[in-house]
Design a binder for this molecule. Structure first.
Ligand SMILES: [Zn+2]
Length: 272
Protein backbone atom coordinates (compact mmCIF):
# COMPACT_ATOMS: atom_id res chain seq x y z
CA UNK A 1 0.00 0.00 0.00
CA UNK A 2 2.82 2.34 0.95
CA UNK A 3 4.62 1.42 -2.27
CA UNK A 4 1.48 2.15 -4.31
CA UNK A 5 1.05 5.54 -2.61
CA UNK A 6 4.68 6.37 -3.32
CA UNK A 7 4.50 5.48 -6.99
CA UNK A 8 1.23 7.39 -7.30
CA UNK A 9 2.91 10.41 -5.73
CA UNK A 10 5.90 10.20 -8.10
CA UNK A 11 3.50 9.86 -11.04
CA UNK A 12 1.63 13.00 -9.94
CA UNK A 13 4.95 14.83 -9.56
CA UNK A 14 6.01 13.70 -13.02
CA UNK A 15 2.74 14.88 -14.58
CA UNK A 16 2.82 18.22 -12.76
CA UNK A 17 6.46 18.89 -13.68
CA UNK A 18 5.81 18.16 -17.35
CA UNK A 19 2.56 20.13 -17.63
CA UNK A 20 3.58 23.07 -15.47
CA UNK A 21 5.91 24.50 -18.12
CA UNK A 22 5.51 24.00 -21.82
CA UNK A 23 8.30 24.82 -24.24
CA UNK A 24 8.35 25.75 -27.91
CA UNK A 25 9.79 23.22 -30.30
CA UNK A 26 13.58 23.62 -30.46
CA UNK A 27 14.73 24.71 -33.92
CA UNK A 28 18.11 26.46 -33.72
CA UNK A 29 17.96 28.33 -37.05
CA UNK A 30 17.71 32.08 -37.77
CA UNK A 31 14.18 33.02 -36.62
CA UNK A 32 13.94 29.84 -34.54
CA UNK A 33 14.37 28.91 -30.89
CA UNK A 34 17.32 27.27 -29.10
CA UNK A 35 16.67 25.47 -25.81
CA UNK A 36 19.89 25.55 -23.78
CA UNK A 37 20.16 23.43 -20.60
CA UNK A 38 21.81 25.35 -17.75
CA UNK A 39 22.63 24.25 -14.19
CA UNK A 40 20.63 22.26 -11.67
CA UNK A 41 17.41 23.71 -10.20
CA UNK A 42 19.05 23.07 -6.79
CA UNK A 43 21.19 26.12 -7.64
CA UNK A 44 19.85 29.69 -7.71
CA UNK A 45 18.10 30.65 -10.92
CA UNK A 46 20.71 31.95 -13.42
CA UNK A 47 20.38 35.05 -15.60
CA UNK A 48 21.16 34.68 -19.29
CA UNK A 49 21.81 37.16 -22.09
CA UNK A 50 21.88 36.67 -25.84
CA UNK A 51 23.40 39.63 -27.74
CA UNK A 52 23.09 41.56 -24.44
CA UNK A 53 19.33 40.93 -24.23
CA UNK A 54 17.79 39.14 -21.25
CA UNK A 55 16.64 35.58 -22.00
CA UNK A 56 13.69 33.60 -20.58
CA UNK A 57 14.71 30.80 -18.19
CA UNK A 58 12.30 28.14 -16.91
CA UNK A 59 12.74 24.97 -14.86
CA UNK A 60 12.70 21.71 -16.81
CA UNK A 61 12.76 18.62 -14.60
CA UNK A 62 16.01 18.90 -12.57
CA UNK A 63 17.68 21.76 -14.49
CA UNK A 64 17.15 25.31 -15.74
CA UNK A 65 16.44 25.71 -19.43
CA UNK A 66 17.12 28.92 -21.40
CA UNK A 67 14.58 29.66 -24.17
CA UNK A 68 16.60 31.70 -26.67
CA UNK A 69 15.11 33.56 -29.64
CA UNK A 70 17.52 33.54 -32.61
CA UNK A 71 17.27 36.65 -34.83
CA UNK A 72 16.36 36.12 -38.49
CA UNK A 73 19.46 38.05 -39.61
CA UNK A 74 21.80 35.73 -37.65
CA UNK A 75 24.34 33.88 -39.82
CA UNK A 76 24.71 30.10 -39.29
CA UNK A 77 27.60 29.77 -36.84
CA UNK A 78 28.21 29.17 -33.15
CA UNK A 79 26.72 32.00 -31.10
CA UNK A 80 27.25 32.59 -27.38
CA UNK A 81 24.76 32.63 -24.51
CA UNK A 82 26.20 34.50 -21.53
CA UNK A 83 25.03 33.06 -18.22
CA UNK A 84 25.44 34.42 -14.73
CA UNK A 85 24.87 32.09 -11.76
CA UNK A 86 25.45 33.44 -8.25
CA UNK A 87 27.88 36.09 -9.53
CA UNK A 88 29.83 33.70 -11.81
CA UNK A 89 29.76 34.21 -15.58
CA UNK A 90 29.97 31.38 -18.11
CA UNK A 91 29.63 31.19 -21.90
CA UNK A 92 27.37 28.52 -23.40
CA UNK A 93 27.73 27.80 -27.13
CA UNK A 94 24.58 27.90 -29.28
CA UNK A 95 24.93 26.24 -32.68
CA UNK A 96 22.84 28.07 -35.29
CA UNK A 97 22.00 25.96 -38.34
CA UNK A 98 21.18 27.32 -41.80
CA UNK A 99 17.61 27.74 -43.01
CA UNK A 100 16.43 28.95 -46.40
CA UNK A 101 13.18 30.89 -46.35
CA UNK A 102 10.97 31.22 -49.39
CA UNK A 103 10.23 34.46 -51.21
CA UNK A 104 6.73 35.94 -51.28
CA UNK A 105 5.68 38.55 -53.84
CA UNK A 106 2.90 40.91 -52.80
CA UNK A 107 0.95 43.67 -54.54
CA UNK A 108 0.07 46.50 -52.17
CA UNK A 109 -2.44 49.02 -53.54
CA UNK A 110 -1.47 51.84 -51.16
CA UNK A 111 1.95 52.81 -52.60
CA UNK A 112 2.74 54.94 -49.51
CA UNK A 113 2.75 51.68 -47.49
CA UNK A 114 5.64 50.36 -49.65
CA UNK A 115 7.60 53.57 -50.32
CA UNK A 116 6.49 55.95 -47.54
CA UNK A 117 6.48 59.73 -48.09
CA UNK A 118 8.35 62.14 -45.75
CA UNK A 119 5.48 62.51 -43.24
CA UNK A 120 4.91 58.74 -43.10
CA UNK A 121 8.67 58.13 -42.73
CA UNK A 122 8.75 60.41 -39.67
CA UNK A 123 5.80 58.55 -38.21
CA UNK A 124 7.54 55.19 -38.85
CA UNK A 125 10.72 56.35 -37.06
CA UNK A 126 8.65 57.37 -33.99
CA UNK A 127 6.74 54.08 -34.02
CA UNK A 128 9.90 51.95 -34.31
CA UNK A 129 11.29 53.76 -31.24
CA UNK A 130 8.03 53.05 -29.38
CA UNK A 131 7.86 49.36 -30.31
CA UNK A 132 11.61 48.88 -29.61
CA UNK A 133 11.00 50.28 -26.12
CA UNK A 134 7.98 47.98 -25.60
CA UNK A 135 10.04 44.96 -26.74
CA UNK A 136 12.46 45.61 -23.86
CA UNK A 137 9.70 44.70 -21.36
CA UNK A 138 11.03 41.99 -19.05
CA UNK A 139 8.56 41.27 -16.22
CA UNK A 140 9.11 39.06 -13.20
CA UNK A 141 6.07 36.86 -13.70
CA UNK A 142 6.69 33.38 -15.05
CA UNK A 143 5.41 32.73 -18.57
CA UNK A 144 3.52 29.66 -19.65
CA UNK A 145 4.35 28.89 -23.27
CA UNK A 146 1.50 26.43 -23.78
CA UNK A 147 -0.07 28.69 -26.44
CA UNK A 148 -3.28 28.04 -28.34
CA UNK A 149 -3.88 29.26 -31.89
CA UNK A 150 -5.44 32.76 -31.72
CA UNK A 151 -7.59 32.30 -34.86
CA UNK A 152 -8.49 29.21 -36.83
CA UNK A 153 -7.95 29.80 -40.52
CA UNK A 154 -5.62 29.30 -43.43
CA UNK A 155 -1.92 30.17 -43.01
CA UNK A 156 -1.27 32.64 -45.83
CA UNK A 157 2.14 33.97 -44.87
CA UNK A 158 4.72 31.92 -43.04
CA UNK A 159 7.23 33.44 -40.69
CA UNK A 160 10.58 34.47 -42.22
CA UNK A 161 9.52 34.71 -45.85
CA UNK A 162 11.57 37.17 -47.88
CA UNK A 163 9.23 39.76 -49.26
CA UNK A 164 9.06 41.64 -52.49
CA UNK A 165 6.34 44.30 -52.46
CA UNK A 166 5.38 45.90 -55.78
CA UNK A 167 8.76 44.66 -57.07
CA UNK A 168 10.75 46.20 -54.19
CA UNK A 169 12.58 43.98 -51.60
CA UNK A 170 11.31 44.66 -48.07
CA UNK A 171 11.90 43.31 -44.52
CA UNK A 172 11.35 39.55 -44.10
CA UNK A 173 8.07 38.49 -42.53
CA UNK A 174 8.25 38.83 -38.73
CA UNK A 175 5.18 36.77 -37.88
CA UNK A 176 2.56 34.29 -39.05
CA UNK A 177 -0.42 35.37 -41.17
CA UNK A 178 -3.75 33.64 -40.65
CA UNK A 179 -6.50 34.53 -43.13
CA UNK A 180 -10.01 34.93 -41.69
CA UNK A 181 -13.05 37.07 -42.46
CA UNK A 182 -13.25 40.57 -41.00
CA UNK A 183 -14.74 40.46 -37.51
CA UNK A 184 -13.45 36.97 -36.58
CA UNK A 185 -12.67 37.02 -32.83
CA UNK A 186 -8.99 36.73 -31.85
CA UNK A 187 -8.32 34.58 -28.77
CA UNK A 188 -5.55 35.23 -26.27
CA UNK A 189 -3.09 32.30 -26.75
CA UNK A 190 -2.01 32.35 -23.11
CA UNK A 191 -2.35 34.52 -20.03
CA UNK A 192 -0.77 37.93 -20.48
CA UNK A 193 -0.95 41.60 -19.61
CA UNK A 194 -1.80 44.17 -22.29
CA UNK A 195 1.13 46.58 -22.76
CA UNK A 196 0.00 48.33 -25.96
CA UNK A 197 -3.15 49.05 -27.91
CA UNK A 198 -3.26 51.56 -30.75
CA UNK A 199 -2.91 52.26 -34.43
CA UNK A 200 0.50 51.92 -36.11
CA UNK A 201 1.52 52.70 -39.71
CA UNK A 202 2.40 49.17 -40.86
CA UNK A 203 0.56 46.94 -38.40
CA UNK A 204 -2.67 49.01 -38.22
CA UNK A 205 -4.75 48.43 -35.09
CA UNK A 206 -2.33 46.56 -32.86
CA UNK A 207 -2.32 44.82 -29.47
CA UNK A 208 0.85 43.72 -27.65
CA UNK A 209 0.79 41.29 -24.72
CA UNK A 210 3.44 40.64 -22.08
CA UNK A 211 3.46 36.97 -21.05
CA UNK A 212 6.36 37.42 -18.61
CA UNK A 213 10.17 37.26 -18.69
CA UNK A 214 10.58 38.79 -22.12
CA UNK A 215 7.94 36.65 -23.85
CA UNK A 216 5.70 39.04 -25.81
CA UNK A 217 3.09 38.58 -28.53
CA UNK A 218 1.75 41.05 -31.10
CA UNK A 219 -1.58 41.07 -33.02
CA UNK A 220 -1.80 43.27 -36.12
CA UNK A 221 -4.29 44.60 -38.72
CA UNK A 222 -7.21 44.32 -36.26
CA UNK A 223 -10.65 45.57 -37.24
CA UNK A 224 -11.57 46.29 -33.60
CA UNK A 225 -9.62 46.18 -30.32
CA UNK A 226 -11.53 44.75 -27.33
CA UNK A 227 -9.07 45.42 -24.53
CA UNK A 228 -6.93 48.13 -22.95
CA UNK A 229 -3.43 48.67 -21.56
CA UNK A 230 -2.92 47.21 -18.09
CA UNK A 231 -5.62 44.54 -18.44
CA UNK A 232 -4.82 40.89 -17.75
CA UNK A 233 -6.19 38.50 -20.34
CA UNK A 234 -6.71 34.80 -19.67
CA UNK A 235 -6.15 32.10 -22.30
CA UNK A 236 -9.07 32.12 -24.75
CA UNK A 237 -10.28 35.66 -23.91
CA UNK A 238 -11.10 37.80 -26.96
CA UNK A 239 -8.64 40.68 -27.45
CA UNK A 240 -10.05 42.01 -30.74
CA UNK A 241 -11.25 41.02 -34.18
CA UNK A 242 -9.57 40.28 -37.52
CA UNK A 243 -9.34 43.16 -40.01
CA UNK A 244 -7.11 44.66 -42.69
CA UNK A 245 -5.90 47.93 -41.11
CA UNK A 246 -2.31 49.04 -41.82
CA UNK A 247 -0.35 47.36 -44.65
CA UNK A 248 -2.49 44.38 -45.60
CA UNK A 249 -3.69 42.88 -48.85
CA UNK A 250 -6.86 41.50 -47.25
CA UNK A 251 -8.35 40.60 -43.83
CA UNK A 252 -5.99 38.43 -41.77
CA UNK A 253 -4.31 38.22 -38.39
CA UNK A 254 -0.59 38.90 -38.31
CA UNK A 255 0.73 37.20 -35.16
CA UNK A 256 4.27 37.76 -33.86
CA UNK A 257 6.00 36.22 -30.84
CA UNK A 258 9.08 37.80 -29.28
CA UNK A 259 11.74 36.17 -27.11
CA UNK A 260 14.68 38.31 -25.93
CA UNK A 261 13.38 41.21 -28.13
CA UNK A 262 13.58 38.99 -31.23
CA UNK A 263 10.65 37.83 -33.34
CA UNK A 264 10.62 34.05 -33.70
CA UNK A 265 8.47 31.60 -35.64
CA UNK A 266 5.05 31.33 -33.85
CA UNK A 267 4.45 27.86 -35.35
CA UNK A 268 7.13 26.51 -32.94
CA UNK A 269 4.72 27.33 -30.09
CA UNK A 270 1.86 25.36 -31.69
CA UNK A 271 1.82 21.64 -32.70
CA UNK A 272 4.53 20.88 -30.20
ZN1 LIG B 1 2.10 39.33 -41.54
Amino acid sequence: MKYLAQSLLSLIMLISSTTLFAFPKANPVPGGVALVPLGSVQQPKPQAYFQNKAVTILPYYDHWLAVVGLPLELAPSTAVLQVQTAGQWANYPVTVKAKKYRTQRLRIRDKNKVTPNAASSQRIVREIALTDRLKQTFSDFVPNLNFIRPVSGRDTGRFGMRRIMNGVPRQPHSGMDIAAVTGTPIKTPHRGRVIYTGSLFYTGNTVILDHGQGVLSLYAHLNTIHTQVGKWLEQGEILGTVGKTGRATGPHLHWSIYLNQTSVDPSLFLNR
